[in-house]
Design a protein around this ligand. Structure first.
Ligand code: ZN
Length: 355
């Protein structure tokens, strides 16, 4: 690479997580001519990665790597390797000679949501509170069409959390729409809303929900131009790209703008807090049913939730542009809610799917 010798027939390959700080001398023509960006694997990639990691592991006939690949969007190669390893450990612990699909599922939950801590002693009162909180998340996620569908809800402590509501997108996502982000906000805030509405008390359990919600709302205003302040970005960031973490943010705006940003963030948060509140108020009975089922079974999967909520989310394959007419208009949740609001005397739980 010194530029004097010409070493023919030699290909130099290098990898970095920080393409932004490479010396420009390295990037001159004739040195590294091709740059390939390696993203998180897509569904096909995940299947191939799983094939590599399961090569030396005896798999039961029922293991379908395609299904696992489809249900793990956002997993990195290392996550998938971890999943296979965990599944093998579980199978070995149970004395099986093959890894089954159930082991894979268990390992997936472990990687996604953390280790179960069944030994932790929790009072009945606390359990009830967790059940209502998680039921709030799950119900709002099920009711808002744009939100990711629920994978599992549990009140068995996992990792640092007392309960977990795990959503999984139907497909790999590369960009996020404003509707989707606002739906995520409503789902995040619904835990606290449920506590307040149904137990008339608030707990510290919602702290991490608020943290995530505030971060999303702030990015909507400052980075993605999704607020009334318009399509602008505020603040210059030095991002550690490979960590996805903000190192330092330089303020390039005035005190007055800072105030406006705070106001916008607050507006977005309270708008979604109220949406969650409306939804839960209208679906009181469903929430209570969900919370009771959680207390009884401790874990609910997507089918069980759909049965209680009476709503199953399916991917919408048709692409419709604004202004284009749908051939058979399906009533969406948003329109049903709007209708109820105008009639103002809708009976409880009237926004069930009408099909
Ligand atoms: Zn929560």
């Amino acid at each position: 690479m010194d530029g004097f010798d010409s070493n023919e027939g030699i290909i130099v390959i290098a990898a970095t997580n920080r393409p932004d700080i490479l010396d420009s001398a390295l990037l001159r023509p004739g040195r590294f001519d091709r740059r390939i960006v390696v993203n998180m694997p897509d569904v096909k990639g995940r299947e191939e990665i799983l094939k590599v990691h399961t090569r030396k592991i005896p798999l039961d006939q029922d293991v379908d790597l395609k299904v696992i690949a489809r249900s793990t969007p956002g997993f990195s190669g290392a996550d998938l390797a971890n999943l296979v390893n965990e599944a093998a450990l579980i199978a070995a612990r149970k004395g099986q000679d093959k890894v089954t699909m159930a082991d894979m599922e268990y390992a997936k939950d472990k990687v996604l949501m953390g280790v179960e801590r069944r030994s932790m002693i929790i009072s009945d009162e606390e359990k009830k509170c967790t059940a209502v909180h998680e039921a709030g998340h799950a119900l709002v996620a099920a009711l808002i069409p744009e939100a990711d569908p629920i994978h599992k809800v549990t009140i068995i402590p996992r990792g640092l959390a007392l309960g977990v509501t795990q959503q999984l997108p139907l497909d790999d996502r590369y960009t996020y729409s404003k509707d989707y982000l606002e739906a995520q906000l409503s789902v995040l805030l619904a835990g606290r809303v449920a506590e307040q509405l149904f137990l008339n008390k608030i707990t510290t359990g919602a702290a991490s929900d608020f943290e995530k919600a505030t971060e999303i709302a702030r990015k909507m205003v400052c980075q993605w131009g999704m607020s009334d302040l318009g399509p602008l970005t505020f603040g210059e960031r030095d991002d550690l790209i490979f960590l996805g973490r903000e190192l330092a943010a330089h303020r390039n705006f005035s005190e007055r703008t800072a105030e406006l940003i705070d106001e916008e963030v607050k507006k977005i948060i309270s708008r979604n807090y109220h949406r969650a509140e409306e939804l839960l108020k209208k679906n009181r009975r469903k929430l209570i049913r969900l919370a009771k089922a959680l207390l009884e079974k401790e874990v609910l999967d997507s089918d069980e939730i759909a049965q209680i909520v009476g709503r199953i989310k399916k991917p919408k394959p048709t692409i419709i542009f604004p202004g284009e007419k749908r051939i058979s208009p399906q009533p969406t949740l948003a329109t049903t809610i709007a209708k109820e609001r105008t009639s103002n005397s809708g009976p409880e739980e009237s926004n069930q799917e009408q099909s």
